[in-house]
Ligand binder design. Structure first.
Ligand SMILES: C[S@@+](CC[C@H](N)C(=O)[O-])C[C@H]1O[C@@H](n2cnc3c(N)ncnc32)[C@H](O)[C@@H]1O
Length: 211
């Protein structure tokens, strides 16, 4: 094994170009959305690039990455190279798996995941979320959303078609349908922030009475 600074150089360092474009607008909103928070669980960390950017800029937070097991080596590579004090090793978390983290968090963040997971997985994620949320936690989800069953831009319509052609389980989710899942999990929408490129950052708060 070829190692440098404790990192296995045989593991490729993954890179998602979109993160370089969207990380600053997301961070600008997270500074407010995550103000006063201490422990963030990120679901579907992907490459880990968002995590190192946000954790470096928000040092008061512990930023806990998670993703499917196969993505953890790449995330670990980014975390080890950044060597931040507030990014513990990533957790294996498939939202459809029986085992979820035992810890609780006062914030959960997830970017560009709901349209990749099948709808059943999205349903399961919202059903299980209360297990990891402290009272008065916030959930912040970034990505494209349809409104009233329709795409909000030609680019989102094309993206949705592309996803569904790739895998019929994928697809841009309707904001209202996600809100129904959130409400059933005791989460109330508190912010719906328009973001560049027809994306949104949607924020819910826990501790609400279930309908
Ligand atoms: C398009 S990537 C987004 C990655 C990163 N958040 C970003 O914005 O660049 C979607 C992520 O969702 C993760 N994912 C898909 N299905 C999942 C599941 N069932 N449980 C947890 N994560 C899942 C994938 O592994 C992948 O990292």
């Amino acid at each position: 094994m070829l190692r440098m600074h404790g990192r296995d150089l045989t593991i490729d360092k993954p890179h998602a170009p979109a993160t370089a474009r969207n990380r600053e607008p997301i961070l600008a909103e997270l500074r407010t959305v995550l103000a006063g928070r201490r422990r963030v669980l990120e679901i579907g960390s992907g490459t880990g690039e968002h995590a190192v950017h946000f954790a470096a800029a928000l040092p008061q937070l512990i930023w806990q990455c998670s993703d499917l097991p196969e993505n953890l080596p790449g995330i670990s590579t980014w975390l080890k190279d950044a060597a931040l004090p507030n990014t513990p090793p990533p957790l294996a978390l498939d939202v459809t798996a029986d085992t979820w983290p035992a810890a609780r968090y006062d914030a959960v963040f997830s970017a560009n995941t709901l349209h990749i997971m099948g709808w059943e997985a999205v349903v399961t994620m919202f059903r299980r979320l209360p297990e990891v949320l402290e009272p008065d936690a916030v959930l912040a989800v970034y990505g494209p959303f349809h409104r009233d069953g329709a795409a909000t831009s030609a680019s989102n319509a094309a993206f949705d078609a592309q996803l569904r052609a790739r895998d019929p389980r994928m697809g841009v989710r309707d904001a209202a349908a996600v809100d129904v899942l959130a409400a059933a999990a005791g989460l109330r929408l508190i912010a719906d922030i328009a973001m560049p490129s027809s994306n949104a950052l949607r924020v819910w708060k826990s501790g609400e009475v279930r309908p």
